[in-house]
Design a protein around this ligand. Structure first.
Ligand SMILES: [Zn+2]
Length: 385
């Protein structure tokens, strides 16, 4: 069948005014046509709005879906972590049903693929039965205990997630020892992708630079001794990036306190970096946003993520786009690339997802009531394929 809308955003190429998509029965794109090229084709279904490929959510924690509306806002990252630890344990049925709802919500919101952080196996059944593609990041942490057993456990977990795609990733610079980073590198394969929470709070940089600040206080509270990397006059990015494998696509998540100097350093250090923004979660936890202008000016590959329902009111990439549009004046077309093709490339699934090209099966999403690309309260989203 053929469908059309006011604008068809191909993402890999210029948008087509009144463009037409030929969709095969299996949802694959059979043709991408300009208005002129489509002349003579009968029965084109026209929609009022714009058509975009399905969204890629590169950072989520499905496991935390049951914490929706439970975590107080704007407490800072250490306050957030303390709350997560106190609420995390809940009956298994409750967690599973919350994850099922979250998965359905993402599908309705036009999300076709998710990079999902997992510490447990509990999300496997939801992912197996989902219409969404999941790449599971089996996340490890540990900074004052032996690394081998941690990795052993992670390898088992990764195996248990099969046939789902999974790779083993570090949680964050403040929670992973250098020996554990080394162990992670040993088990990283060519076709893996890595992800790490990066510079999410000012206290994270301070811990590494001066050994002071909110994270240093938090560690002291827990009775955890500081290590060599702390109080080293270098920040957290300088600590972890040299310890990561350089061979695989790697996602730096949040980057709320990444500076121009950090970006310069990162570009030299690692050629396969992607920078994930989770603006709604940043506002929820820290009430601040990354310096998006500098990330944009430096032409970094930016992706978008929702983070979890513990730090967001919804799992909706369009809402993340709206927040960046409102606060950072980024154009719809640019945001769309971050929300689709860049994320697909990061996950290594761009042969199927991320743009409207013949032969791909990227999902088709109708966005209505977004005049001139301005996303607002009236804007609606509908998954067509
Ligand atoms: Zn996260």
């Amino acid at each position: 069948m053929y469908i059309s809308a006011n604008v068809v955003y191909r993402v890999n190429n210029t948008p087509l005014k009144n463009g037409v998509l030929g969709i095969n029965e299996d949802g694959c794109i059979g043709a991408v046509l300009t208005q002129e090229e489509a002349q003579g084709i009968e029965n084109i279904q026209h929609y009022d709005g714009v058509l975009v490929p399905g969204f890629i959510n590169t950072h989520c924690h499905l496991e935390l879906s049951h914490l929706r509306q439970k975590i107080a806002e704007k407490t800072g990252l250490t306050g957030f972590i303390k709350q997560i630890l106190s609420f995390r344990q809940q009956p298994e049925e409750e967690i599973i049903s919350a994850m099922q709802n979250a998965d359905a919500e993402m599908y309705e919101n036009g999300i076709v693929a998710v990079g999902d952080i997992s510490n447990l196996l509990i999300s496997k059944s939801v992912k197996l039965n989902s219409k969404i593609y999941y790449h599971t990041f089996v996340e490890v942490f540990g900074f004052n205990r032996p690394s081998e057993p941690i990795i052993e456990q992670a390898l088992n977990l990764k195996k248990e997630f099969a046939p789902l795609k999974a790779s083993i990733v570090p949680h964050a610079p403040y929670s992973v020892s250098s020996s554990l980073f080394n162990e992670i590198e040993k088990v990283t394969n060519e076709d893996d992708a890595l992800s790490i929470h990066n510079q999410e709070t000012i206290g994270e940089n301070e811990l590494f630079e001066t050994g002071t600040g909110k994270f240093a206080d938090f560690f002291a509270e827990l009775g955890i001794a500081q290590n060599d990397a702390h109080n080293s006059s270098k920040n957290s990015l300088n600590y972890h990036l040299p310890l990561l494998s350089k061979e695989v696509n790697t996602l730096l998540v949040h980057n709320t306190f990444s500076s121009k100097a950090d970006i310069d350093f990162a570009k030299k250090e690692h050629q396969k970096l992607y920078w994930c923004l989770c603006p709604n979660a940043n506002l929820y936890i820290e009430n601040t946003l990354p310096d998006v202008d500098v990330l944009k000016t430096e032409r970094l590959k930016i992706t978008l993520g929702t983070d979890s329902l513990a730090s967001n009111h919804q799992l909706n990439i369009l809402s993340e786009m709206q927040t960046l549009q409102e606060h950072k004046s980024i154009s719809f077309e640019e945001l769309l690339k971050w929300a689709t093709l860049n994320g697909a490339e990061f996950l290594g699934i761009e042969s199927q997802y991320g743009s409207f090209e013949k032969g791909k099966k990227p999902g088709v999403v109708l966005i209505s009531n977004a005049e001139n690309g301005i996303i607002n309260k009236e804007t609606t989203i509908k998954r067509l394929f």
